[in-house]
Ligand binder design. Structure first.
Ligand code: SAH
Length: 225
């Protein structure tokens, strides 16, 4: 079973959306598992402190290396081969290709940052791979972790009704998806393109391909490079 372990200061944020709909059903069917580890369980002192002020000064707080390492060491069994991601705006941006690689493996360990981030030394010492979900700043890694989990779980074999429905989507083959339509045939004076109602599958495929190329050229020319 594809197994996810999430290290966080807010375990209450899980499973959250991952407990509903497609992912929730799949989890209930035993296609994947999710456990959360509260980093604060390894916090220091009476207040279970997990953070401290940044060396060199500056605003905010930083998650301590010793606390996060203790949490990881206690929570990850020896020999666990799962990739260890740290959600981080400095990371390599997540792509559909990376999601496919992650799904093909045994599962994921995800560390959620908070405050100004985590002490650099624990990133190195525990081999954490920084992954970003985009060029903007969230207040914590939890929502980013849920994004990664959602993107992965829907691709686990058996999760989506029709296995094929993952294959033609945006970013597969570096193209955005073609426009979609459904009933009614005429709506507010707009009709579905005739070709889609023609029943000519070759013509439909050709139209979709050229629309996908047009949209990609207009909106995301970078994908075509
Ligand atoms: N000071 C940091 C931002 C900290 S935001 C910087 O400038 O790089 C707090 C936490 O939210 C981060 O540790 C990370 O876990 C998470 N986070 C914020 N934005 C993110 C993004 N775009 N992708 C992934 N994780 C993000």
């Amino acid at each position: 079973m594809w197994a996810a372990s999430v290290f966080t200061l807010y375990p209450e944020m899980f499973p959250g959306p991952a407990g509903l709909s497609l992912s929730g059903d799949a989890r209930a069917r035993g296609l994947w598992s999710l456990e959360t580890k509260n980093i604060r369980d390894h916090g220091l002192g009476r207040h279970r402190a997990v953070d401290d002020s940044p060396a060199g000064g500056g605003p905010g707080m930083v998650i301590r290396a010793d606390v996060l390492a203790a949490s990881l060491d206690a929570g990850i069994p020896d020999g666990d081969g799962r990739p260890r991601l740290l959600m981080s705006p400095r990371g390599k941006p997540l792509t559909q290709a990376r999601v496919r690689e992650l799904v093909a493996g045994p599962g994921l360990i995800i560390v959620c940052g908070r405050f100004e981030g985590v002490d650099e030394r624990v990133i190195e010492a525990r081999g954490l791979e920084e992954v970003s979900i985009g060029d903007y700043i969230l207040s914590g890694g939890e929502i980013a972790a849920l994004v990664v989990l959602d993107a992965c779980v829907r691709l686990i074999p058996g999760v989506m009704g029709k296995e094929a429905s993952g294959k033609e989507e945006s970013f597969e083959s570096n193209l955005l998806e073609y426009p979609q339509f459904t009933r009614p045939r005429d709506w507010e004076g707009r009709s579905i393109p005739d070709v889609l109602l023609s029943g000519d599958h070759a013509k439909i495929a050709k139209w979709r391909r050229s629309e996908a190329e047009r949209l990609t050229r207009e909106r995301r020319p970078d994908l075509l490079d």
